[in-house]
Design a protein around this ligand. Structure first.
Ligand code: ATP
Ligand code: MG
Length: 432
């Protein structure tokens, strides 16, 4: 029997009326509003919930609009023609408006008072493996992770319903787990990554009791599903707050769980050059997102795993393996080990490897090689990566200058630097 993670929490309702909060319907998706109104007209209760309410309260544009209701998924389906039911573990209704999907979830209970509840299963480790019990709105609030994620915006009177003190925590910009932190992390270790990510994204501080168990419990992430960890990594590093996410992961000892090989390589890189480059890559990604430009997962992982790649390459070469072969094998080894942790799909891992494997070609400047590299479909990413490597070392400054010029005059006869071509071994990455 695991301890009840909610033993200390008694939900008590605080209603924040319309004139005491800043959420306006104008900030909401029209589709979400339609769903809320229709559920209410059909006699059900309907609330906007979770990240959307939290984000609106802090003045951010929500990514998605989730709705909670006392209607069952089947009842939701009977109200909306454009509705499909998804999920085996827990059934959810998706109401579809063109490209927008509004997720409607029936109030559900878990982490309630009774571990023996039908449909609920807790492993000896405390990890929740099934949760498909409908419940009251109070139950629904208690099973959520952080207090600020458990606020309900009512379409009936536009008030915010708060059962766990989330409204005060939004105001003091505090991330606090609902219930007993250690037990909540054991139920679902990914909550540790969510703490780091949401603190970074919202610029909230993490309540000391919520932060304290993380370094000790971080190894529990070894049991998390790799596909889920990949999704979480994308949210950590491609949502505009990558640098801060990375710093939070480091501070909480979570980096070795998410990027084990990189964490090791960084610890061994005494000059800090590899970390400097990695962080610069994350800053660049954040800048792109802020400007509304796409940031690619392949380039991101090329940045995140470069320290691991450089280390693997150095090890293989130390065993006497010849450069080109060692590069290929280092790329494969690092990819394979990372995939075991964060299921990196091949459509991202292949271009990531290409970015690495093209790096040594930037020192080769014979005409034929130059035009071939310029025409390579991955040239641009590889060149951007080369530029990024300047943050670790200025060894490649001349290469960056040469290739910048080469791109601006693709028809030019490139012969002035041919002396250098092929003479510089660049097979060892940035090992300084
Ligand atoms: P984001 O801004 O990234 O969307 P979010 O808080 O909305 O952040 P989602 O993954 O969209 O995150 O989850 C929606 C809501 O579901 C959360 O606000 C929270 O109430 C609940 N939730 C999500 N993940 C968990 C979890 N691991 N444990 C408990 N509740 C969770
Ligand atoms: Mg969300």
């Amino acid at each position: 029997m695991t301890p009840n993670p909610h033993a200390s929490v008694v939900p008590s309702l605080r209603v924040i009326p319309r004139d005491e909060h800043d959420i306006s319907r104008k900030q909401m998706s029209r589709s979400a509003l339609k769903v809320l109104y229709h559920l209410r007209e059909a006699g059900f209760s309907a609330y906007l919930v979770g990240g959307a309410v939290r984000d609106l309260l802090v003045g951010r544009a929500p990514k998605d609009f989730d709705i909670a209701t006392d209607a069952t998924p089947e009842q939701v389906k009977s109200i909306f023609r454009n509705c499909r039911l998804i999920g085996r573990r827990f059934r959810l209704a998706h109401v579809v408006f063109g490209r927008e999907i509004i997720e409607v979830a029936t109030f559900r209970a878990n982490g309630g008072n009774d571990d023996e509840e039908e449909g609920r299963e807790v492993l000896a480790s405390g990890r929740l493996v099934r949760d498909n019990v409908y419940g009251s709105i109070e139950d629904d609030a208690l099973r959520r992770d952080f207090t600020v994620n458990a606020l309900y915006y009512s379409i009936a009177d536009f008030s915010v319903h708060d059962y766990v003190g989330g409204f005060a925590d939004v105001q003091s910009r505090t991330l606090r787990l609902i219930g007993e932190p250690e037990a909540r992390y054991r139920e679902d270790p990914v909550r540790m990554l969510r703490a780091a990510r949401l603190a970074a994204k919202l610029e909230f501080s993490i309540d000391p009791a919520t932060a304290a168990p993380i370094p000790k419990l971080a190894p529990l992430l070894a049991d998390a599903a790799p596909a889920r960890l990949f999704e979480e990594a994308m949210k950590l590093f491609l949502a505009g707050h990558a640098k801060s996410s990375f710093e939070h992961l480091e501070a909480f000892g979570l980096l070795p769980e998410l990027l084990p090989e990189t964490a090791q390589a960084l610890a061994l890189n005494k000059s800090g050059a590899l970390r400097r480059m990695l962080v610069q890559g994350l800053i660049n990604a954040d800048t792109r997102v802020a400007a509304g430009e796409p940031a690619s997962p392949a380039f991101l992982f090329a940045v995140l795993l470069w320290p691991a790649y450089c280390r693997a390459l150095a090890q293989l070469q130390a065993q006497g393996i010849q450069a080109v072969d060692a590069q290929r094998r280092a790329a494969d080894r690092v990819t394979m080990r990372q995939v075991a942790r964060t299921a990196l799909p091949r459509r991202f891992s292949l271009p990531m490897q290409e970015i690495w494997l093209l790096q040594p070609r930037f020192v080769l400047r014979q005409n034929k090689r130059v035009s071939r590299l310029l025409a390579h479909p991955r040239f641009r990413s590889a060149f951007d990566f080369l530029e990024l490597r300047l943050a670790a070392s200025d060894t490649h400054a001349a290469d960056v200058g040469f290739w910048r010029e080469a791109q601006s005059r693709p028809g030019r006869v490139l012969d002035e630097d041919n002396r250098v071509a092929g003479n510089r071994p660049d097979s060892s990455g940035d090992q300084q």
